[in-house]
Design a protein around this ligand. Sequence first.
Ligand code: 09M
Length: 402
Amino acid sequence: MECGAIQINAPPSLISLAVGMPNPDMFPFEEATVKLRNGKSLQISAKQMKTGLQYAPSPGVPAFRKVLCDMQKKIHNLTYEPEIFVTTGSQDGLSKTFEMCMNVNDYVLMEEPSYPGALGILKPYHPRVLALEGDRDGIKPESLRRALSLWKPSDAQTDADMPKILYVIPNGGNPTGTSLTYERKQEIYQIASDYDLLIIEDDPYYFLQFAEKPSPSFLSMDVDGRVMRFDSFSKVLSAGLRVGFMTGPKPLMQRIEYHIQVSLLHTSALAQILILELLKDIGHAGFMDHVTNVRNFYMSQKEKMIAAATKHLKGLAEWNEPTGGMFVWINVPGVKDTSKMISERALKKEVLLAPGNAFLADSTRPSSYVRASYSLASEVELDKHCGSAVKPCDHRSITSVC
Ligand SMILES: Cc1ncc(COP(=O)(O)O)c(CNc2cc3ccccc3n(O)c2=O)c1O
């Protein structure tokens, strides 16, 4: 089937009396012109506006899915036509996928610390989280092997009570800022294949990898149909448009489609049309140029953040230099619970950080870490505030801060 081609066998002359769609001629919005930062303008024609304002197929606006399909094939070197659904941010696709896979008390393999948005989806299932260790190069494959050593690979072919899901943020990890090396991805993929795991590749920071050459994705190496990949336009085009897309094996995607049909019907068609018109206007090369500019911006922000941390926090705190994304994960040794330090000190100094316990599977546990995001602050603000949240208020030792 042609990439993204949607099988509609109806003749164009068909008059449908079947669907409960409103008449778009009654909508007050007719056309739109959107001014772009590059000085050009995007024209949303009356025809496109009607499409954007009308109900759309649950998997997404067909023309948009076609563009996403071509993009995915180019970026991830796919030799097949991937099944792609548009989602309302990658958060939407993640929640539907976890809801599809999880039973109460299921095991979940994931790095700890991890993204609170994923931990929040899992919470109602009371998951048995097998927390995986990571370092600046991401999850350690030996940690995954150790977690799975309670079972034999052959157990996966029985209905043994064992892990089915591996949740991974491969690039610019949230909150760690670390990225999996290609070698580790290959090793982890092989372990997932041995134990028949589904890999949930949550990759909203794919375009924010600081390495010269992006590391190939799990999707690009998937020969078993065991990768569900979640992409997002939130970090490169708009977070508020709420447009992401998921790529995965047809049998699983079919169930996700049912879920979309009975939950939100489809992601905003107008948001899809806006991004579609932009991608048609700038083309794939233009989009890649744009995401390179975005990546360079965050890399420059990272450098300012690390310079400020080195200047103010050396000896007081520890961190890995991020290899992607927009976060740095800072350990404040001797401070048992940073949530108190943040609420009692940082706020007084007008700086807000995310407490480390928010990124733990059990957030009631204290953490000596904080997550700092360097996406919004200027160089002056980073320098001004970097130390104020962590430095002791007077000559007392750091441990007396909280
Ligand atoms: C690993 C990972 N996976 C998925 C998502 C969701 O992306 P989307 O649905 O495509 O926009 C994210 C977004 N992360 C955050 C979002 C956010 C929004 C408001 C306020 C704070 C937020 N903080 O702190 C976040 O980390 C993420 O980091």
